[in-house]
Ligand binder design. Structure first.
Ligand SMILES: *Cc1c(COP(=O)(O)O)cnc(C)c1O
Length: 394
């Protein structure tokens, strides 16, 4: 008999009842060190007092009105994001998937309104992940996500990751945009090198097409800059954001230049919940915290510390781990043994990691994880790896 919860996830037998900072308490009382942060969502940890206050203050006042009216909290968050980035304008959503929908619509509408309605094709890359809607799965294109869900939304061209010649050859007079994650998340923590992001920007400029960045996972301080593309010194035309921006409250957005957003006039798009007072009150508190240069400097320092310790872990367990990769506090451990075994061995040591493709274990801790917690995390991962070695044949 089907479970009352639609069984689309194979869930770990863990049920958390409370959280504080980087710690989660299981129903049986065990305390887990959380290096997953709800897949890069709990950017400021669990039950962060600043976010809890922002949420409860707003909850006592007004939860939801409608985008039919002015929403001061939404205006405040949009102003902060515009001030802190390349963007001139922001649309608020409830998820990364919903941000993907708008990014695709915006890019196509831009060329439609410029009198180039045939420019509809969006170039994407193998291993990418852009959400689970019809547009999101068509954009990613993997058989795992798309099989059985046809007909797929047309207009996506899938290219191998990191093949420059294939990319140049794929741009035609029906191309409207390139869509890429600066650091692939689900695909196994694969960063696009800075010079390649620069190359993508140049390619888009020389062909007059739009660059759409999916920073749903790598944005909002995760890599040590407010947005990951800042490391490459480039800016996109359109950017998708979600996950960390709500700190656990469902919130996302699409940020864009005035030019790229020019087709999105009144009546062309909407969202019932998107940008409601509750979500935006929390989003303002997240951006005020993460956008502080001193906070980001700490993220970078801790990222260096974690990475150094993980390099040591890989050296100590060459039969379990192959390499560390990633950027900032978005790190991956490429494994030599089955990924699920590593994640499960972590659970046994009360440390939470997140599986990704390419046999990579993701570490996406809260951005305010402490030095002591980083040390404890690596100690637990070390014990998990030792347990796996002990269980093996050699
Ligand atoms: C998680 C994710 C999405 C989808 O976001 P949802 O909030 O799950 O809809 C899209 N793109 C990237 C890069 C993601 O990591």
């Amino acid at each position: 008999m089907i479970s009352s919860v639609l069984p689309t996830y194979s869930r770990a037998p863990l049920s958390f009842v409370s959280g504080k900072g980087s710690w989660l308490t299981e129903a049986d009382g065990r305390r887990f060190l959380d290096l997953g942060a709800g897949i890069a969502v709990n950017a400021l940890g669990h039950a962060n007092p600043v976010l809890t206050k922002a949420l409860t203050d707003q909850a006592g006042q007004l939860w939801h009105t409608s985008n039919l009216y002015q929403i001061p909290q939404q205006q405040a968050l949009a102003d902060r994001l515009v001030d802190a980035s390349f963007a001139d304008t922001v649309f608020f959503t409830n998820s990364g998937t919903e941000s993907c929908e708008l990014a695709v619509k915006m890019a196509r509408k831009y060329f439609h309104d410029k009198g180039q309605p045939d420019r509809v094709d969006i170039i994407t890359f193998d291993g990418s992940f852009h959400g689970r809607s019809s547009a999101g799965i068509a954009a990613a294109g993997s058989e795992k996500m798309t099989k059985g869900f046809g007909p797929l939304l047309p207009g996506f061209v899938h290219l191998p990751f990191g093949n420059h010649d294939a990319l140049t050859a794929a741009i035609t007079d029906t191309t409207c945009a390139i869509l890429v994650e600066p650091v692939q998340g689900e695909g196994g923590i694969r960063p696009v090198p800075d010079q390649c992001l620069k190359g993508l920007r140049d390619l888009c400029d020389s062909h007059g097409i739009l660059l759409i960045l999916d920073e749903v996972q790598c944005g909002v301080g995760r890599t040590g800059k407010l947005f990951a593309h800042e490391w490459a010194g480039i800016t996109p035309d359109i950017m998708m954001v979600a996950k960390g921006i709500g700190g656990g409250f469902p919130l996302g957005c699409v940020m864009a230049t005035e030019e790229a957003a020019s087709g999105m006039t009144a009546g062309t798009h909407g969202s019932t919940y998107g940008g409601n007072p509750l979500g935006c009150a929390v989003g303002c508190a997240v951006i005020d915290t993460v956008g502080d240069p001193a906070f980001l400097a700490e993220v970078n320092r801790k990222a260096g510390l974690l990475r150094q310790k993980l390099e040591g872990l890989v050296d100590a367990h060459p039969n379990v781990f192959e390499a560390v990769r990633g950027a900032g506090l978005m790190l991956g451990l490429k494994c030599k043994v089955a990924l699920g075994e590593v994640v499960n061995a972590g659970y046994a040591q009360e440390v939470i990691t997140v599986p990704a493709a390419d046999n990579v274990v993701r570490l996406l801790p809260a951005l305010n994880i402490t030095d002591d917690e980083i040390a404890q995390a690596v100690t637990r991962l070390d014990r998990a790896a030792a347990a796996l070695e002990g269980a093996g044949d050699g």
